[in-house]
Design a protein around this ligand. Structure first.
Ligand SMILES: [Zn+2]
Length: 326
């Protein structure tokens, strides 16, 4: 049983962190807890400060891109606000899924059953697997590319391979100078644990370059309170490249032998001591370099777990994992 005293102690023991750079924060939220802003022309973005979605108003209906449950009912409120101001329909007729993850899709069922849902074929497979009525599987699916045309507007959806998730897509708005791609770059912030909880490390590392191959000025990245820029993507790439270089260096300079000698037949204890040392050695200079540059860089566990994943990918994907026994 937890006593009030021990609760107070555990709160008092919480660490302090460096202040969040003002540039990493976005506009103030309204009374209902959201901000809706124009990206360009009839393309809008919505945030609750942590999650982001987007929508396009057209004469034939509103196209919604993602439905994060934290924004939830505020998605329709944001659409209503813009539709009323501009005298256009507030009827959401299409919903595009960026990927299958619940934290970006679980408000999908708030929209009419006759909404057209669009997503990658893998998104459909994964949503059918996950079998959650809050996240109905898309009926319209595609393999590599899909051009969505609604009310005279065009949106290009593309899948360029697995990255954060197996099904994460690029959503390009050629008429709005905008790219939407979720959960790879966090505008002004470091990725959270394990490269933003990503499944394919080489795919995740390569994705920002693919994003930059598209022409755009505005980037809807899915997280935190503001839109991203090309410069944000470049800073993210530099952070990841520094981790790669640092991990490679630590892998070659840390001598594993003493750790395995120390633990003898407990091989896993040797593995842990060795890899923890490599991770710590690799992450420390990156944490120091990006504190004050990327928000939350000093939450060390984020950079450490990302470093660990990249270090494992260097061993297991790129190789070599070690010398070949003669
Ligand atoms: Zn995700």
């Amino acid at each position: 049983m937890t006593s009030p005293a021990s609760g107070a102690n555990s709160a008092a023991a919480l660490p302090d962190y460096a202040p969040i750079p003002r540039s990493a924060l976005g506009p103030a939220l309204n009374q209902q807890g959201y901000h809706v802003g124009r990206v360009e022309r009839n393309l809008y973005w919505v945030t609750d400060g942590v999650y982001q979605a987007a929508f396009l108003t057209t004469p034939d209906g509103v196209v919604l891109f993602d439905a994060p449950p934290t924004i939830g009912g505020n998605l329709q409120r944001a659409v209503d606000e813009i539709a009323t101001a501009n005298g256009v329909t507030n009827q959401v007729t299409h919903l595009v899924y960026s990927h299958h993850h619940d934290d970006h899709t679980a408000a999908a069922s708030l929209f009419d059953r006759d909404v057209v849902r669009i997503g990658h074929e893998e998104t459909r497979r994964l949503l059918l697997r996950d079998n959650n009525p809050a996240r109905p599987a898309p009926e319209v699916t595609f393999q590599d590319r899909y051009t969505l045309e609604v009310g005279g507007e065009r949106v290009e959806l593309a899948w360029h391979g697995p990255n954060h998730s197996p099904d994460n897509i690029y959503i390009h708005f050629p008429g709005h100078d905008t790219l939407m791609m979720i959960d790879v770059v966090n505008a002004g912030w470091v990725p959270i644990y394990n490269l933003n909880l990503s499944e394919d490390v080489p795919g995740y590392i390569a994705a920002p370059a693919t994003a930059l191959d598209y022409p755009w000025t505005h980037f809807i990245c899915g997280h935190l309170g503001r839109l991203a820029t090309r410069e944000d993507v470049a800073v993210h790439q530099a952070y990841i490249a520094d981790i790669q270089a640092s991990a490679k260096e630590a892998l070659t300079t840390v001598n594993p032998t003493p750790y395995y000698m120390h633990y003898g037949e407990n091989f896993w204890a040797g593995v842990k001591a060795h890899l923890d040392t490599v991770t710590e050695r690799a992450a420390a200079p990156v944490i120091a370099k990006y504190t004050g540059v990327l928000a939350a860089a000093d939450i060390e566990i984020f950079t450490r777990t990302t470093t660990f994943q990249i270090m494992q990918s260097l061993r297991l994907d790129s190789g070599p994992s070690g010398p070949v026994h003669p």
